[in-house]
Each structure stands twice: as structure tokens, then as C-alpha cells.
Design a protein around this ligand. Structure first.
Ligand code: ADP
Ligand code: MG
Length: 635
């Protein structure tokens, strides 16, 4: 038959392809299958997994399909329709190009491939076991392709052993699909896991709409559109306003020519854009799209194509940094409310980019590139705005506290508020007297004169023989940690009921994992129950943090939950856990404290054991001896 598109790459081309494992876990197999569907011009992609993908991964699309001969060939190594010769490797326009994914997946699973082109009467079905083609027969189906992968790694027990729990593998698979869905809003995606729908995303007109579908309106409404073009490169996307921040970089998505990549330089450029605007150790939520000519980026450096190499990495870094920084300089309008920002998300170049991939008769689908290529460069590039100097920002504050006596009088009734920055304060101190004996090196903090707060993170105190700086986060963390530990010893963390129970929507990708950790959350003092598949209902929270802090703290804890969920084995592990709880529940560096809050914190600190260091071992205070200062002034 004519119309065959797939060929085996000649040895000299195949040998130039980055070698290594393509499929390490179900999530990577799912990603490869979905990328193939996207390359085939699919407009609707449905995926299904069972037991985290280890029992089943199935992907069905409405893309171009294959003729019988191509279907057979597609399972061979280095069989591809997407490149022909070594020169093509220099400018990749498709997600795939290696011709290895189907071969790798088929060799370690029981695979069924069904495919039909729109012009053909019927489809063809191939049954493959451990890489051996066992049967080829006709089948009735709608145009498109469906690939079913059962029992991944059934014949490679060593690799099977490396798989994590189903809930963890499921989360990884769902997150992989989320990244693909984010970068391809014009395509409808569905994901079912063990018969439940994790997400069902209709085609969207913009990345913003896709963010809304994936992460909910709460996040989408706090995002700003940004765009900057320079020297033939364009950085655009969505980012959260600087009032928002999150405990992990999990919601920083970086794409290069629509391919999800992990790139440290890009991550650093984003982080630098937010520097001094969000607290250290916190992260924004960002969808960054960097578009550049395919020949300016090498995607052939990693077997799973999750890393790239830039021809001009410095320029890419600068562009992203300036794009983020410039947008954060004026945050008055959100992505949803400002027509111009919609426009900024949809310039002519973007609109080109937003078009579904153009399926060329050659079997290669091409992402539209920047208009004509010649329009890019100096003429089209907006001049990069100058970065703001650090001194331009009013982020460094020095607060003077006038009358410490008066504040000390109020301290009994104090509770540090739960500020915008996600800080929770210590509960009202109970009326226990400060310990009589204080170690020689540790002062009675509340007896010292409060000079003020500096850099919104340190409390400056004057003692008879020097200047003391207290790290507010470290101090609060220790206070909270000791309180929790004391409560735990005396029978369990005290739970305070919320006046009105609150609900919390969990990212569907991670819902199974979160639900599995409910017993641990309960042991930590969160009176929490499932409320449907992807929602939790919170009825009470650790009393130490106060009722209004509970929901925010729970959100933080869940956001920061690692690949393995919360682990709790033995006393030491429990301590680790309390450390986390104390850390997330404590005031951060970056939050201005009111004079009464400072007074309350110092009084609490005086009543606390092990107050010299935070639970992670960092010092709570440092001291500059008077003599030391005087010597510096050459007195
Ligand atoms: P690559 O994507 O690198 O070319 P793969 O092993 O993933 O290699 O796929 C081999 C070939 O099979 C592809 O080049 C493509 O022609 C064909 N193919 C794979 N999946 C699909 C699909 N869902 N629809 C149409 N063609 C497909
Ligand atoms: Mg592929």
C-alpha cells in the first residue's frame, strides 16, 4: 500500500539519539502514549489507568491513525514517521522523534494496539506480548488509535520492584497528564483511574481556562497573564500575584515549545523574578511557556525528553526573568479581569501557537512556529525592561517600638494573627511563670528592650552587654514544636472544633494519595474526613494554631506532602512530623509583626525549653557583644 509513513531510522541516525531508559514507571509510559496522540493531531484524548498504571494504562485518541503496515512497524525500535535524517534532529517540531517509545513499552507489557484512519473501512488490531507480535486482525472502531498496556514490567521483575504504591504511581501519572493538558488547552482530556473520573477537561480556548479547569477558580482568579518577546524568543504564560505563595515548587510548570521540561535555569529565572516579593523558601504557581525556533533548542539530550539544551541559554534566562519581574511590578489586574491580558495571552504569535498542531500529509505534525521566522529578532522583540534594583522596593522595614512596658501589659490576651503570607501565630500563652533559672548564654528575652523588627524577619533586642537578633521564624517554630510535643505527651494534640466546618478541594491528581493519609492527618490533630472523591471536610484543627489557622495549615501540609505521603513510624518519625507541623504553622520571615505580637512571642519563648535553636537546629538568636561593636567603630 502507498500511504505508508513510518520507516526505520538508519543506524547512523539512530545512534545520534540520546540513549537511555524511556519507560521507568507507568507515568512515563502514559506520557509517551499521550504525546503520540498529540503528534497524531488528536482533539480528544481519553486515558485510563488501573492500580496506578501497573495493571492497565490505556490511551484512546481521535488522531490520524495508521495503516496496517505502519501499525506493525510502529512497534519496532527506531521506527518513526517524525524524522528522516540526522539534519531533522536539529529542528524537532513534534513531541516524539526517537521511534522508541512504542517498542520499549511493548517489550515489557501485554499490549493491544487498535488503529484506523478516517478513510479506511475498518481498523486493525495487534496483540503483542513482551514485544512479540502474536496476532494481527481487523477490528471495528471509530477513526483514531487506542493503545492498551497491561501488566507493565510483567517480564522484568527487577523494574517492577521499583514501583511505588498505587496511590503514588497514580499521582505521578495524573500529574504527567496534567502537564500535557496544561500545554495543550485546545485538546480535550479525560483521565479515569480504577473506574473513577479524575479529570474530564473539555477543549479550552486558553491556558487560563485550562488552569481554571485543572486547579479551580481560586487559583485561576489570582493569576496574571504575562508576555515578553525578544531576540526571536517569547516567554509568556500565567503567574500568581505575589500575595500568594506555596510551600513547594510543585505548581511551577515550565514548558519549552510546549514540551514540559525540568530546567534549573528557567526555574531559577522565575524564582529570581519573585525575589523579595514572596518569602524565602516559598514558591509561586506559574505556567511558563518559552517559545523559540526549534533549531535554537536541543531536545535530544534526555531519553525521556524532559530536559533540553538551549543554544543561547543566557538570553533565555534573561527573557524569562524580565518577563516575570516586569509583570510583578504592576499587579493591578488579574488574568481574568483584564481584556488586555487576554490579548497578551493571545497575540498573533500566540494565536498561532494555540492552533492545534497542523497535521501534514507526511505523517509529521508540526507545531506552528513563530510567524515566518524573519519577523522575529530585533525588530519584533520588545526591549527588555530594566530589572528593578533591590533598593527600589520598600521591602526592608525597620520598625521602632516605643513603649515595651505598655505592650507587656497586654500580652496575656495575644494571639498572632494568621496573616496573608500564610503565617499562624502562637495561641494565647497560659499563665505559667517563666522558669527561674536561665542558662548563662540564653537571656530572658522578654526582659530586654525591643529595638524593632528588621527585614520583616528578625527582632532586634538590646541587652546590657550587646545587641541580640532573634529569628522570628526559628523562635516561633521552637515554641510551637515544644507545645505540640508537650500536648502529645500528655495524651494527644488538643483539637479545637471549627465553628463552621470548612471544605478543601484536593488536586484530583493527588487525591488518592491525600485520602490515604487521612489517618495520619487525624493523629496530627486535624479532624478531617473525606467529602466525595476529591474534597476533604475539616471540622477541627490543632488548638495551638487557633481555629482560623486550621484550614490554611491543612492546605500547607497537603501541598508539601512528599511522594510518599506522610510517613509515621516510631517516635523519631513523629518528631519529624511535628517539626513539619510547627514549621508550616509558624510566622515566616517576611511578615511584619506588630509590637504586641513581638512581645507575646518573646514571652512565649522564655517559657520554652530548648529555645536556643529551632527544631531543625538553626539558631534562634545571634548576639553582637557591645565590645565587638565598639571595636568595629574603633572606639
Ligand atoms: P516516535 O513518537 O518517537 O516517532 P513512537 O515509538 O512513540 O516513536 O511511535 C512510533 C510511530 O508510531 C510514530 O512515529 C507514529 O507514526 C506512530 N504512532 C504512534 N502512536 C500513534 C497514534 N496514537 N496515532 C497515530 N500514529 C501513532
Ligand atoms: Mg512517541
Amino acid at each position: 500500500m502507498a500511504e505508508r509513513l513510518i520507516h526505520i531510522l538508519p543506524e547512523h541516525v539512530a545512534s545520534q539519539i540520546a540513549a537511555g531508559e524511556v519507560v521507568e514507571r507507568p507515568a512515563s509510559a502514559l506520557k509517551e502514549l499521550v504525546e503520540n496522540s498529540l503528534d497524531a493531531g488528536a482533539r480528544t484524548i481519553s486515558a485510563e489507568i488501573e492500580r496506578g498504571g501497573s495493571a492497565l494504562i490505556a490511551v484512546a485518541d481521535d488522531g490520524c491513525g495508521m495503516v496496517r503496515e505502519d501499525a506493525v512497524l510502529s512497534l519496532r525500535r527506531h521506527a518513526t514517521s517524525k524524522i528522516r535524517d540526522a539534519a531533522d534532529l536539529a529542528a524537532i517540531h513534534t513531541f516524539g522523534f526517537r521511534g522508541e517509545a512504542l517498542a520499549s513499552i511493548a517489550s515489557v507489557s501485554r499490549l493491544v494496539l487498535q488503529t484506523r484512519r478516517a478513510n479506511d473501512e475498518t481498523g486493525v488490531e495487534l496483540i503483542v506480548t513482551g514485544g512479540d507480535l502474536e496476532q494481527t486482525r481487523g477490528c471495528a472502531m471509530a477513526p483514531g488509535t487506542r493503545i492498551e498496556v497491561r501488566e507493565l514490567f510483567f517480564n522484568t521483575p527487577a523494574r517492577l520492584k521499583f514501583l511505588k504504591t498505587s496511590a503514588t504511581e497514580q499521582a505521578a501519572a495524573a500529574e504527567a497528564l496534567q502537564r500535557l493538558a496544561l500545554a495543550n488547552p485546545q485538546v480535550a482530556f479525560r483521565l479515569n483511574a480504577d473506574g473513577r473520573t479524575l479529570f474530564d477537561l473539555p477543549r479550552a480556548v486558553s491556558v487560563l481556562e485550562r488552569v481554571r479547569q485543572l486547579f479551580g477558580p481560586k487559583l485561576a482568579d489570582r493569576m496574571l497573564g504575562f508576555e515578553l518577546e525578544d531576540a526571536g524568543m517569547r516567554a509568556w504564560g500565567l503567574l500568581t500575584m505575589s500575595q500568594e505563595s506555596f510551600p513547594t515548587p510543585r505548581q511551577v510548570f515550565t514548558f519549552v515549545n510546549r514540551r514540559a521540561v525540568r530546567d534549573r535555569a528557567l526555574m531559577r529565572a522565575v524564582a529570581l523574578g519573585y525575589e523579595t516579593l514572596i518569602p524565602r523558601g516559598r514558591y509561586p504557581a506559574v505556567a511558563l511557556f518559552l517559545e523559540l525556533r526549534p533549531e535554537d533548542v536541543d531536545v535530544n539530550v534526555h531519553p525521556m525528553k524532559s530536559e533540553v539544551r538551549f543554544r543561547r541559554s543566557g538570553a533565555a534566562f534573561e527573557l524569562v526573568y524580565h518577563a516575570v519581574r516586569a509583570r510583578l511590578a504592576d499587579q493591578n489586574a488579574t488574568a481574568g479581569s483584564l481584556p488586555a491580558s487576554r490579548a497578551s495571552e493571545m497575540t498573533p504569535a500566540t494565536r498561532e501557537m494555540m492552533r492545534p498542531p497542523v497535521y501534514l500529509g507526511s505523517g509529521v505534525s508540526v507545531l506552528a512556529t513563530e510567524s515566518g521566522g524573519s519577523a522575529s529578532g530585533e525588530a519584533a522583540g520588545a526591549p527588555a525592561p530594566r530589572p528593578r534594583g533591590i533598593g527600589d522596593q520598600p521591602e526592608r522595614s525597620l520598625r521602632l517600638v516605643a513603649d515595651t512596658q505598655a505592650q507587656r501589659a497586654q500580652q496575656g490576651a495575644l494571639r498572632l494573627g494568621f496573616g496573608r503570607g500564610g503565617a499562624i501565630g502562637a495561641a494565647a500563652p497560659e499563665a505559667s511563670p517563666p522558669p527561674a533559672a536561665i542558662g548563662a548564654s540564653i537571656p530572658l528575652y522578654s526582659s530586654l528592650r525591643i529595638v524593632g523588627q528588621i527585614f520583616a524577619g528578625y527582632i532586634a533586642l538590646e541587652s546590657d552587654n550587646g545587641l541580640i537578633l532573634v529569628d522570628q521564624h526559628a523562635a516561633h517554630e521552637r515554641v510551637t514544636f515544644e507545645r505540640l510535643r508537650a500536648e502529645l505527651r500528655s495524651g494527644g494534640i488538643r483539637v479545637q472544633a471549627l465553628l463552621t466546618p470548612a471544605t478543601l478541594d484536593v488536586n484530583p491528581a493527588r487525591a488518592a494519595q491525600v485520602m490515604a493519609s487521612i489517618p495520619q492527618l487525624r493523629a496530627m490533630g486535624f479532624d478531617v474526613e473525606p467529602f466525595g472523591d476529591t474534597t476533604l471536610i475539616l471540622k477541627g484543627a490543632p488548638a495551638v494554631f487557633g481555629a482560623d489557622g486550621g484550614l490554611r495549615l491543612l492546605t500547607e501540609m497537603i501541598d508539601s506532602m512528599g511522594e510518599h505521603g506522610f510517613q509515621m513510624r516510631g517516635e523519631a518519625a513523629f518528631d519529624d512530623w511535628l517539626k513539619q507541623l510547627a514549621c508550616h504553622g509558624s510566622v515566616r520571615v517576611g511578615r511584619a509583626l506588630s509590637p504586641p505580637e513581638i512581645t507575646a512571642l518573646l514571652a512565649e519563648l522564655d517559657r520554652t525549653e530548648f529555645k536556643s535553636n529551632c527544631p531543625h537546629g538553626r539558631p534562634v538568636h545571634i548576639q553582637f557583644a557591645r565590645g565587638q561593636l565598639e571595636r568595629m567603630f574603633r572606639r
